[in-house]
Design a protein around this ligand. Structure first.
Ligand code: ADP
Ligand code: ADP
Length: 223
């Protein structure tokens, strides 16, 4: 369980990106819906320990995230909005390399996990191709594969379906649903259909505040 309490963040230029966020996320897929500038990415980066809040507390499964960011990172997978890939490096090479960076030192176990993740994300047939040449949908599925390296207990996925066509979005939704059965997934999006189709629980973020929290069928109807 992830508990976010009174989290605030003001940027040096004075932009108050988050103003006292309180959220409790128990399991499965949780959707964070909000327009551009709502503060979604800032919250995601804070949860990924890439930024620190000015105030507030974060606990995950009872552990204090801000007191032990390295410990938190070991339990976390992150797909950033601007996930970059190196030109020319194949999917299996890149996953293997990212696995090393994640601390998966046993080469054989790492390769087994890489193959399993490539299968799970339907990329195994493309494992020898360069990720930089992948379509948008393939890239995002690869992004999920890299985020799942090391079996994290929580996945943070920032605007993953932006720019995907309907078929790719569908495939991506199926993958996320499957992943959400075992892992807490926090999905940020400005696309209502993403949360409606995927998330039993959601929050609407606007101007750095939680406007509403609940089930999509109730909240989306009010929009
Ligand atoms: P989003 O689609 O999440 O709104 P933006 O286009 O606002 O993303 O931001 C893209 C990148 O630029 C992010 O890494 C963000 O931190 C940074 N950024 C956004 N707004 C500002 C700003 N006013 N000053 C400096 N950096 C910014
Ligand atoms: P979202 O992901 O919902 O689009 P962001 O968290 O990217 O929202 O941005 C929230 C607000 O903070 C926006 O006004 C944005 O311009 C501003 N912002 C984001 N990153 C930075 C940054 N690095 N420096 C200054 N302002 C930023």
């Amino acid at each position: 369980m992830l508990r976010i309490s009174a989290v605030s963040k003001t940027y040096p230029n004075g932009v108050r990106a988050l103003q006292g966020i309180d959220l409790t996320i128990e399991r499965g897929l949780f959707g964070l819906l909000g327009p551009n500038g709502a503060g979604k990415s800032t919250l995601m980066r804070i949860l990924a320990t890439l930024q620190t809040p000015d105030a507030g507390q974060l606990t995950f499964d009872g552990a204090d995230v801000l007191a032990d960011p390295r410990g938190h990172r070991r339990r976390l997978g992150y797909l950033p909005q601007d996930f970059g890939v190196y030109p020319g490096v194949s999917a299996s090479e890149l996953l293997d390399h990212l696995g090393v960076l994640k601390g998966l030192t046993d080469r054989r176990a790492r390769r087994e996990q890489v193959d399993a993740l490539l299968q799970q994300t339907n990329l195994y047939a493309h494992r020898k191709k360069a990720v930089s040449g992948f379509s948008g949908g393939m890239r995002q599925r690869f992004g999920i594969a890299q985020a799942l390296l090391g079996n994290p207990r929580m996945l943070i996925v920032d605007e993953p379906t932006a720019g995907l066509d309907p078929e790719e979005r569908n495939r991506f939704h199926n993958l996320l649903s499957e992943v959400g059965e075992n892992v807490v997934v926090l999905l940020s999006t400005h696309i209502v259909e993403d949360v409606r189709q995927l998330c039993p629980r959601m929050a609407i973020l606007s101007g750095g505040r939680v406007l509403r929290e609940g089930a999509p069928e109730t909240l989306v109807a009010e929009l």
